[in-house]
Design a protein around this ligand. Structure first.
Ligand SMILES: [Mg+2]
Length: 364
């Protein structure tokens, strides 16, 4: 039977999958990538029984957090594994590339990262983790024999949250890991609770989506237009690679600031939609006015003049924008609005970036 045809009650879950489902059901502080992971697993189930789920007991087990240990020396991995395996699910990597691949695919909750490794050292691995939207939120603790002040400073500067020196002491490793995971849990929880994106200070995805649903229903009731502006920072990955993730964070903040400045009506909302994607919702604004606002945003971002040496588009940071407007009718959903804006945004990205494209271009 094809997996798409089966109901979720026919899928058998591995302990790892159960852990993810538990997190999902408990509704705790999951990042978007992990929520996606849960959905993917639910959709790709392949076996036929689900007795343990029907009994309803194991689903609510406390989930084990996952830790990725990266070290080119197997004995070091063994020592750390021994210290942590009772409390956490452990993943391993013995070189930098493997670490990056696992971090992307498995979204571990924390990474213990050796500095001295052949081919790609820990600093480089950390830099790449922070440049990739899917992995940048994962806390990294450096574990190394280098104990000079400047080594530690470099690790922290690159985005590491802590620094452990070898030989590691198991009790200290356990305590530090536990503390950082607790902090992470509170950070995510507060972020979701406040509806605010921690980095940029504007609405997070959750709050934006709620706002969109509410405004969609209101526009449907009142037969008023609703406009959505979707924008993406051009070649942001290249920017991060060139200037480092701290500059990348700063760039995201500056773009968010431009959005806040550009939306002057209290009824409008700007939100961080994904890694380098932002969205603005403008209730009761028609396509023409929304296009005007979008053009303002594009010009203002250019005007901030953030250098972008690795961009073929311009010598400064630019944005690509798609704008859609709908007067909702029964049978449509807010997804139609998002889809339209996204199609236009993708079209801009295909055709040179640093432009605004509006639904007016297609339906003047
Ligand atoms: Mg090493």
């Amino acid at each position: 039977m094809a997996s798409a045809d089966r109901s979720s009650a026919e899928i058998e879950y591995s302990p790892r999958e159960l852990t993810l489902i538990s997190i999902c059901l408990l509704g705790s502080s999951l990042s978007d990538s992990k929520k996606k992971g849960v959905r993917m697993i639910l959709q790709s189930g392949s076996s036929d029984s689900l007795t343990h789920l029907e009994k309803g007991s194991r689903v609510l087990e406390t989930p084990k957090r996952t830790i990725l240990i990266v070290d080119d020396t197997p004995v070091n991995i063994e020592i750390l594994n021994h210290a942590l395996e009772k409390e956490y699910e452990i993943l391993f990597a013995t070189n930098g590339q493997e670490a990056l691949d696992i971090a992307c695919e498995q979204s571990p909750d924390l990474i213990l990262l050796d500095v001295m490794m052949p081919d790609m050292d820990g600093y480089e691995v950390c830099t790449r983790l922070k440049a990739e939207p899917r992995t940048r939120g994962i806390p990294v603790i450096f574990v190394t024999a280098m104990d000079q002040e400047e080594d530690e400073a470099k690790g922290l500067e690159l985005g590491g949250i802590d620094y452990l020196t070898k030989p590691v002491r198991p009790a200290i490793v356990r305590a530090r890991v536990r503390n950082h995971l607790e902090l992470l849990r509170y950070r995510d929880f507060l972020e979701e609770l406040s509806g605010m994106d921690g980095l940029t200070g504007i609405a997070n995805r959750l709050r934006f989506d709620e706002f969109l649903m509410r405004e969609w229903r209101r526009a449907l009731r009142n037969r008023m237009p609703l406009s959505l502006i979707l924008l993406d920072i051009d070649l942001f990955r290249a920017f991060n690679d060139h200037y480092g993730h701290l500059a990348g964070d700063d760039c995201l903040r500056q773009v968010a600031w431009v959005l806040t400045e550009s939306l002057r009506r209290p009824a409008d909302l700007a939100g961080r939609y994904g890694g380098e994607e932002f969205a603005c919702l403008l209730p009761e604004i028609d396509a023409k006015a929304a296009l005007w606002v979008a053009n303002q945003i594009r010009e203002k971002v250019s005007g901030v003049n953030i250098p972008h040496a690795s961009s073929p588009v311009a010598d400064h940071v630019t944005v690509s924008i798609g704008v859609a407007t709908l007067i909702p009718v029964v049978g449509q959903s807010a997804m139609d609005l998002i889809w339209r804006a996204d199609v236009l945004l993708q079209a801009v990205k295909q055709s040179g970036r640093n432009q605004v494209r509006s639904w007016l271009d297609i339906n003047p």
